[in-house]
Design a protein around this ligand. Structure first.
Ligand SMILES: Cc1cc2nc3c(=O)[nH]c(=O)nc-3n(C[C@H](O)[C@H](O)[C@H](O)COP(=O)(O)OP(=O)(O)OC[C@H]3O[C@@H](n4cnc5c(N)ncnc54)[C@H](O)[C@@H]3O)c2cc1C
Length: 600
């Protein structure tokens, strides 16, 4: 017989006809593994179920409980809760195929599958208690409801490109569960109404491919790297080679579906304009789980033109780059010329130099481009031989650095072109960096192994959109954005420390040349050096307001905090740089709650 304290709870849990709603006795989760096993073995449950068919949907989850056994309380309680809340017809096989603990041989390959930064899956990086890979939006709802009830911290991963890996690791020293959305990657293109619905786990490469498949004259304004996950990418802004013409991915978002802290699925109308504003640039993970985005299709010509032109120090790179800083933001808005800067070897020698590569997309033909370049930036010396005309989809591969022989269907693989250990940072520049400033950068670059900077031009549409239009505030007056990346391939921790130290020193050196009060940063280039939360309501708000919050969002930070306080008052969604809730509001709500419970 089951222990006497268990049976009444079980009866309570199953009493009442199962009606498809979330229904269970929370006390049941207080049973430990041994108690449940004992109960399932000794009870006459099979008789009960044969007599009462409507118990079958409840009974299957209980069998699942019996089939899953670990000594980890988070894994156990979460699994139990998912099983008991299994209102969406998950079969036993499905549940065991979407719930992975470290004991499962598939766990590490799955954890690593989309982790873009090897630093964040190295031996020294924290690992989740388990990974849950939903097949349907309702599975995410169940996971959120269970995590909230059980007080488990969730992390959400779409494409795994977070620079600090906070979608799958943490430095907050708290156990956590990863909800990996990679299996949710549906794309529904509607050329007639000029939009596409895309699920969070799809990559931008797949999205571009599916849009181009339907129309040769439509595209999407979003990132340059083809393996970015739509879920995390769009919510942090999402710039790409059409930003000067059409703005960011987030500027072109028309609707979204989000799951809030109560497990409700809300579209734009249901979440309201404040929340819809906040998720378009406010950074991943703060307000809920984005299930899908509706994005605007933008018009592209059937033929676009691209080029790569490299200039080394010996070819006058410093002066040309100084000129680029003055013109790139003023160029025709159909033209996007970014610059990739890294050390390289002088031809036929072991001596190192600095190489600057001008990597460009022009939304037009080569003749028009040639005219524009002659007028605006002759110093680069662009010739027709440097240029290639192609479709917009082919230009995606060119800009992302793929060889020209690769077919566009490679985009459907949804895989990154390379992986390494890296640390990255960002800056915005509002006045050109003088030549002696550039020379200071070259000196530092030549002392390091594999540093990289990417300078992205602003202006055009980016300057026309008001700063408060969405949370992304880096608009008029920005000449360009700098992305600093230092990468390495050695897994040792001391090697990481050395390279991270180098990039921090470079960042210090750059202080004098970049935006000030605040020194701005791009939230999609997450950088925990500029501040992080510590799971402490009051101080988190104050710290964020004076550090990363205003650097990423300037004055928009206050509105983001207000919206977070209203929408997720219990601060259920958390990570190192979550938008904090207002400390006094939280206390007021807690006070009200207590008041109510005491019946006053
Ligand atoms: C190689 C590389 C190239 C890049 N190129 C560009 C570029 O061209 N343009 C650009 O703008 N940015 C670029 N980025 C930055 C990129 O936009 C961000 O890292 C973005 O957050 C990645 O989204 P993701 O879904 O791939 O990442 P993830 O690591 O899965 O998520 C990133 C963040 O979003 C949250 N999140 C993920 N999914 C969801 C969801 N469904 N709902 C709510 N929150 C979620 C996570 O919790 C995390 O905080 C690049 C990054 C890398 C590593």
């Amino acid at each position: 017989m089951p222990p006497p304290n268990i049976l009444p709870k079980f009866k309570l849990a199953v009493s009442g006809r199962y009606n498809g709603a979330v229904k269970y006795d929370q006390n049941l989760f207080q049973l430990n593994r041994g108690q449940l096993d004992l109960f399932l073995k000794t009870s006459q449950l099979h008789l009960l179920t044969s007599q009462m068919p409507y118990f079958s949907r409840f009974f299957v989850p209980l069998l699942l409980l019996a089939s899953f056994c670990s000594s980890n309380p988070i894994q156990d309680t979460f699994y139990q809760c998912l099983s008991l809340n299994n209102t969406y017809s998950l079969t036993d096989d499905q549940l065991s195929n979407i719930f992975f603990t470290p004991n499962n041989t598939a766990f590490t390959p799955l954890l690593n599958s989309t982790a873009q930064n090897l630093r964040c899956i190295a031996s020294y990086a924290a690992k989740p208690e388990l990974i849950f890979t939903p097949l349907h939006e309702t599975h995410i709802q169940t996971a959120v409801i269970c995590a909230k009830k059980l007080g488990i911290q969730l992390r959400f991963r779409s494409g795994g490109h977070d620079y600090e890996g906070i979608s799958y690791t943490t430095v907050m020293d708290l156990p956590y569960v990863v909800i990996d959305l990679a299996k949710l990657r549906g794309i529904d293109v509607n050329v007639e109404d000029g939009s596409v619905w895309v699920e969070a786990g799809a990559t931008v490469g797949e999205l571009y491919y599916r849009v181009a498949e339907k129309s040769k004259t439509h595209g999407i304004a979003a990132g340059l790297c083809t393996s970015l996950g739509v879920g995390g990418h769009i919510t942090g802004g999402a710039y790409g080679s059409m930003m000067r013409k059409y703005g960011l991915g987030a500027d072109n978002a028309l609707d979204a579906k989000i799951i809030d802290a109560n497990g409700r699925i809300l579209d734009r109308k249901a979440m309201g304009e404040d929340v819809f504003w906040a998720i378009r640039g406010g950074g991943g993970g703060s307000y809920g789980v984005i299930v899908s985005w509706k994005l605007k299709l933008v018009v592209v010509p059937e033929t676009v033109t691209v080029f790569n032109v490299e200039k080394t120090l010996e070819q006058g790179a410093t002066k040309i780059l100084y000129k680029w800083q003055q013109v790139a933001e003023k160029l025709d808005e159909n033209l996007f010329i970014r610059v990739l800067i890294r050390p390289s070897n002088i031809a036929n020698s072991t001596e190192r130099t600095i190489s600057t590569t001008y990597n460009a997309l022009f939304l037009g033909d080569v003749n028009t481009l040639e005219e524009i370049m002659k007028q605006s930036f002759p110093e680069l010396g662009l010739t027709k031989d440097d240029c290639f005309e192609m479709s917009w989809l082919e230009s995606i591969l060119f800009i992302a650095g793929y060889p020209r022989t690769i077919p566009t269907s490679v985009l459907l693989a949804g895989k990154p072109a390379f992986l390494n250990y890296f640390k990255a940072k960002s800056d915005f520049v509002t006045t050109p960096i003088p030549e002696e400033g550039l020379e200071g950068i070259w000196k530092r670059f030549l002392e390091e192994e594999q540093p990289l900077m990417i300078w992205n031009p602003y202006g055009g549409m980016m300057a026309k959109i008001p700063e408060a239009s969405i949370p992304f505030p880096h608009r008029n007056g920005t000449l360009f954005k700098i992305q600093y990346v230092n990468s390495w391939m050695n897994p040792e921790k001391q090697v990481m420390n050395k390279h991270v130290d180098w990039i921090r020193k470079l960042y210090n050196y750059m202080t004098q040349y970049v935006s000030k009060f605040p020194r701005q940063a791009y939230v999609n280039y997450r950088d925990l050096d500029i501040g992080m939360n510590n799971n402490d309501f009051k101080n988190d708000f104050v710290k964020a307001a004076s550090s990363w919050g205003t650097r990423y969002f300037k004055n928009n930070f206050n509105r983001l905090v207000k919206i977070k306080t209203e929408f997720d008052p219990d601060n259920f969604f958390k990570h190192e740089q979550i938008i904090p809730v207002l400390p006094f509001k939280t206390n007021v709500q807690r006070f009200k709650h207590l008041h109510k419970r005491k019946g006053r």
